[in-house]
Structure formats: C-alpha cells, structure tokens
Design a binder for this molecule. Structure first.
Ligand code: MN
Length: 214
C-alpha cells in the first residue's frame, strides 16, 4: 500500500510516537509530532495536516478538549481528527464524536492494520467532507466504568513523571556510586528499586485495563 498526506501525531508517550511514526512513514505518509495540547494546536494551525491522530489521555488538556478547540477554530475546523485511546469504551467513543472526531483507533495498535486504518479514515473524510461517520466506527459494546477510567487515567499520567525520576536515580547511581558512602549508596539503590517497582505496577495496571476491554 502507498499513502500520501501529512499526519499530525498527538501523543505524550515517546515510545508510542516512535512506533506510530514508523508505521505511517513506511507506507508513504509524512508525519508531524506534538507531545502536548499547545504544540498540537500550534502545529495544526501552522502546517494544516491532512489528518490528526489525537491521543486522549495527556497530562493537562485532554484530547477531547483539544479536538473541540480545533473544531471551533475556522483555521483548523476542516482537519479530520481520529481519537487515539487506550480505553475505547462506548463513553469514550461518544465523547470523541461529540468533540468532533471522525472515529477512534484503540491502543495498543494492531501493527498490521494500523497504517491502512489511518488511510481509510483519511479517504473517508475526503469523500465526506464535514460529515461524521457514525457507524461502524463508533459502534462498540458498552463498557462504561468510571472507576476503571479514573484508574486508567491515573496509571497513564503517573508513568511519565515516574520514568523521569527513575532515569535520574539510575544516572545518579552510575555516575556517583564510588563517591558516596555505603549508606548513601543504599538509599540510592532503594530509590532506583522503588521507582522500577512503581513502573512495573503501572505497566501491569494499564495492561490489565486494556485487556479487560474485550
Ligand atoms: Mn497518552
């Protein structure tokens, strides 16, 4: 398959950006990246991409709010937006639709079909300018569960900060190990282990939430 067009990837997870970018560029799309709400609004105005892949859970302004902002601005309102979310519950889909998105792609992505799904969203939007595609894209079994959504958002948003603390403690451990007293080395090891543990807990929680979607 060969695709053309520019896709703006809005996503706060660096690993996810890398994968999505690779899959889209492989088939011929050009990509732009934004890691937060402000950058995505700025890039949408400046570059006017052909389609926006909008992460929903980001620290700060979420993807629904950003979509609404883009849809209410004449400069960006015609850019099709596809919500990109881990928890594609019925409520998520309704909120995405209400925010002006043309569809939802759920995470984790299927690497074999991802690029062609994006491509078909783009083609659909070009054929039906300004028209929402209510089915079958938004049709999905109901699985509204506010507690689960809250825990998913919490786990998701804690990942970034914890990763940064862990990276710093690992670096500190490597670069200063010899200069520290055994007691201080022990503290540092403790922080390193603790942050690793928290990361594992969050990863497990997110995996569980995602698999319970089915
Ligand atoms: Mn995210």
């Amino acid at each position: 398959m060969t695709a053309s067009g520019t896709i703006l990837i809005v996503e706060d997870n660096e690993q996810s950006i890398e994968l999505v970018k690779e899959l889209l560029e492989e088939v011929g799309f050009q990509t732009l990246e934004a890691e937060d709400a402000d950058a995505s609004i700025r890039l949408a105005k400046q570059e006017h991409p052909d389609l926006i892949l909008m992460d929903i859970y980001m620290p700060g302004k979420n993807g629904y709010e950003v979509s609404q902002t883009l849809k209410s601005n004449p400069e960006t309102q015609d850019i099709p937006i596809v919500a990109f979310t881990a928890l594609a519950t019925e409520k998520d889909r309704q909120r995405a639709e209400a925010a002006g998105c043309i569809g939802v792609i759920s995470k984790p992505i299927d690497v074999d079909t991802f690029a062609s799904t994006v491509s078909s969203f783009l083609l659909d939007s070009q054929n039906n300018t300004g028209v929402l595609i209510p089915t079958p894209i938004f049709a999905s079994p109901a699985l509204a569960d506010p507690e689960k959504e809250f825990l998913l958002k919490l786990s998701h948003d804690l990942q970034g900060p914890i990763r940064k603390i862990h990276q710093f403690s690992s670096w500190l451990k490597k670069s200063t190990a010899e200069k520290l007293s055994p007691e201080d080395q022990g503290y540092l090891k403790g922080i390193d282990r603790a942050t690793q543990q928290i990361q594992d807990v969050l990863t497990n929680a997110l995996t569980e939430f995602r698999s319970s979607r089915e």
